[in-house]
Design a protein around this ligand. Sequence first.
Ligand SMILES: C[S@@+](CC[C@H](N)C(=O)[O-])C[C@H]1O[C@@H](n2cnc3c(N)ncnc32)[C@H](O)[C@@H]1O
Length: 457
Amino acid sequence: MRLLAFEVLRAVDERDAYANLVLPPLLKKARENPGFETRDAALATELVYGTLRRQGTYDAIISACVDRPLREVDPPVLDVLALGAHQLLGTRIPTHAAVSASVELARVVLGDGRAKFVNAVLRKIAQDDLETWVARVAPPYDEDAEDHLAVVHSHPRWVVSALWDALGGGRAGIEDLLEADNERPEVTLVARPGRSTADELLAAAGEDSALPGRWSPYAVRLAEGGEPGALDAVRDGRAGVQDEGSQLVALALARAPLDGPDARWLDACAGPGGKAALLAALAAGSGARVLAAEKQHHRARLVERALAGNPGPYQVITADGTRPPWAPGSFDRVLVDVPCSGLGALRRRPEARWRRRAEDLEGFAPLQRGLLREALGAVRVGGVVGYATCSPHLAETRAVVEDVLKGRGGPAAGAEWIDARPLMPGVPALGEGPDVQLWPHLHGTDAMYLALLRRTV
Ligand SMILES: C[S@@+](CC[C@H](N)C(=O)[O-])C[C@H]1O[C@@H](n2cnc3c(N)ncnc32)[C@H](O)[C@@H]1O
């Protein structure tokens, strides 16, 4: 299993692969071996995800145990060391087993010489526990709070800084948020309204294997190890896998008060189709028609798959939301769930935090503003636009909306804020509004952002 975990780490490192895409086929192949057991898959998954998430902390510790800068250590050696450090400091694997298995792995993939080096470094690491190591290698909080948090909670410093700016408050909140990013998220299902119910999913999953959602009436949370694909309703598309934050965003847009007709809904950035499928199910209940648009053709196919079987009228098209084929003012409700840095979903993609750069934000901003501007153009006067991101970064959330409302970088939009908080009834800690920022540590959801706007002229 350690070899398999190593292969995934190399793929992530060498070809920017996504661990959650590389790991499953390797596990599938491994399952064909007669000796393979379910706990082997659990171990490999834990080794890969845990090592990637805690990489910042482990790098700081490894750095204290080698006599040259880490950039001068070969990446495959670093991967073996990080895997070893995770076993020693982040799992209950006994020390001798963690060291000997890592040295054996090093022998196979790196050769005898470098296996000796791995042995020496891991023996040093094994001398103390995680807490002692972190106290030694992290700069004191009072000297450099962001650097301290970056090492202790294994996030790049610029991400700590951006998340803290968005969250506000003192040390406790940001520490809780950073730790929540290091937890494996629950698998949450959505029972698409009119097609299945949360009760049906709960009954099918069994009492011990599922819980109702916290905030969405359509959500069901699976216990660890729960397999969504084992449920009929998921297999035939009446339910799906969807974070509760995404459900709340779609629900809030559908619930926003509207005068006049309410018959035409648009999802302008629909791929892969999670929110579009929930919107389409809600629209079917109220007699509205949904157009789901997505720029990338292959992702539009995913939207088609997500919407298949929807009881109400819908259409999926491949279209660029910044150069829309629809006439201005054609819709009553529009969702624009824009491409973003994904800093709100770090729990799901263990390698993402190390791959993103602060400069990426500059690339997203003009597209985000353009998509929001066109979304406001697509809705009729009096209609509602929901601007959503899966990032809490202020440059992608409030700043984009304010730029568009105030006409920075384009004509000012004739629109006003709608308070989104009452449209998420029962959800606590929604801040001062009118927009809403959800948080993993407060709501158990991804850090989704939602601004609701009503077109005025
Ligand atoms: C954050 S994802 C949307 C997630 C989706 N709403 C869901 O819940 O499943 C953003 C999507 O916008 C698409 N996209 C990017 N640029 C676009 C554009 N100019 N017009 C339309 N879609 C675009 C991306 O391909 C991506 O699928």
